[in-house]
Design a protein around this ligand. Sequence first.
Ligand SMILES: C[S@@+](CC[C@H](N)C(=O)[O-])C[C@H]1O[C@@H](n2cnc3c(N)ncnc32)[C@H](O)[C@@H]1O
Length: 252
Amino acid sequence: MRMRKKPNLIPRMERCGAYQIKDPAAWRGKWRSLLGGERALYLELGCGKGRFTCETAAAAPEALFVAVERVPDAMVIAMERAKAMGLENVRFLDADVADLRDYFAPDEVERIYINFCDPWPTNRHAKRRLTHPDFLERYRRVLRDGGEIHFKTDNRNLFEWSLFQFPKADFALEEVTRNLHAGGICGVMTDYEEKFHRQGVPINRCVGVKLHRDREPDLAPPLPGGTKGGWDASDLVQEPRRVPSSADDGRK
Ligand SMILES: C[S@@+](CC[C@H](N)C(=O)[O-])C[C@H]1O[C@@H](n2cnc3c(N)ncnc32)[C@H](O)[C@@H]1O
């Protein structure tokens, strides 16, 4: 997400500082004790300005929502939104998704939401897609068996590609749709989703359910230089290579 630098970022972060977890590693394995009780733990990866996290959390006060976002200028807007809504069951991490295992213990998480992640359309950037098998393997390490990844995107090529990646990491695919809102608005919309829906772009959605493995293989090493980066000129001119799919009806 390209954002203009927000003035007064630090004082604004401080004003809603109660919503930010600054030492997430200290909560590893103990997130449920944050609010007391046996709550379900849901994560949103790349929450942006936080509309989805806040509205979903408001509708499910019995669950704890932890939103991960590496751009503080976006995250501060999400935190201000949570504060304005008076939410008690939401927290924010200024962190990179690649480091999730440092913050959450095995089996600790019930559900992960990935909404409108950057598509990284060129092959050379494929490893940065949040649905790349290297990331899916990382999510496996914190999700319990039967835990779910709820994935939405406007980008048809990313969606078709991702449908091939979930099974590679032993996630069963469910609820696959290429036009989520065909029968009217379905579920809570994200900021990006509302914009694309208004433009008439169909929204793709699927759920990946974590299947049991007797033993998890070693993880691939982290990306050199981390996952940070943005679009460059070649991304904008090069068409992504499409993955052929029997389920592909030929529309973009
Ligand atoms: C295209 S925006 C979508 C925002 C929001 N989910 C929505 O649908 O409105 C993608 C967001 O993911 C964040 N992001 C991308 N890669 C990330 C990573 N590796 N770790 C944490 N956040 C990431 C970006 O900073 C950006 O805010």
